[in-house]
Design a protein around this ligand. Structure first.
Ligand code: MN
Length: 208
């Protein structure tokens, strides 16, 4: 039984970057529904019992029932992607990465500002609903990509790339406050982004 992560902050703690009603709706409705529907789909796929979420994502092609495969992809992604998203936000966020992650950002992108521009451009360019990602592979390299819907780099690379930072660019993540101005939401996202959590995710992804 997969569970939503517990939030380490209150629903209004990320204001003004993300408003309280968006957080309540996002966590208690959207994320809760993805999680419930993922667990329901897993009840119909006993072959995945006891498997890690990474194993499930990399073996989705083995599910022959197309409707069930879609349910696992959309709701499994919705479950996992939001656990990542909510875990890297903090009222004490902002600033810049340091340590090993900062060193690798310099190697792969030149500097932090260039990475931020790439992530923002990726989030802006994703047509319709989806995500922008910073991902790491087991050799420590970093890459910026985007995915449609609730897909993610684990699914798309069959486990080679692990997302360590995700920007939700579905309208439900920002529309109540920002309306059509997705880029303003993306700018505000960086003010509440907890790079310490991203660095933990980086260390975990590269230790695999
Ligand atoms: Mn969302």
């Amino acid at each position: 039984m997969y569970k939503q992560i517990e939030l380490k902050y209150s629903f209004n703690a990320l204001e003004p970057s993300i408003d309280e009603l968006t957080m309540i709706t996002h966590y208690t409705k959207h994320h809760a529904t993805y999680t419930a529907n993922f667990n329901a789909a897993l009840e119909k796929t006993p072959e995945f019992t006891g498997k890690s979420i990474e194993e499930i994502f990399t073996n989705l092609s083995e599910v022959s029932d197309e409707a069930l495969k879609a349910a696992l992809t959309n709701n499994g992604g919705g479950y996992y992607n939001h656990n990542l998203y909510f875990s890297i936000l903090s009222p004490d966020g902002g600033g810049k990465p340091d340590g090993e992650l900062a060193k690798q950002i310099e190697k792969d992108f030149g500097d932090y500002e260039t990475l931020k521009e790439k992530l923002s451009a990726s989030a802006a360019a994703r047509f319709g609903s989806g995500w922008a990602w910073l991902s790491a592979n087991k050799n420590g390299y970093l890459t910026v990509t985007s995915s449609p819907n609730q897909d993610n780099p684990l699914m798309e690379s069959r486990g080679k790339w692990t997302p360590i930072l995700g920007i939700d660019v579905w309208e439900h993540a920002y529309y109540l406050k920002y309306k059509n101005l997705r880029i303003d939401y993306v700018k505000a996202f960086f003010d509440i982004l907890d790079w310490k959590e991203v660095a933990k995710n980086y260390a975990a992804a590269t230790a695999k």
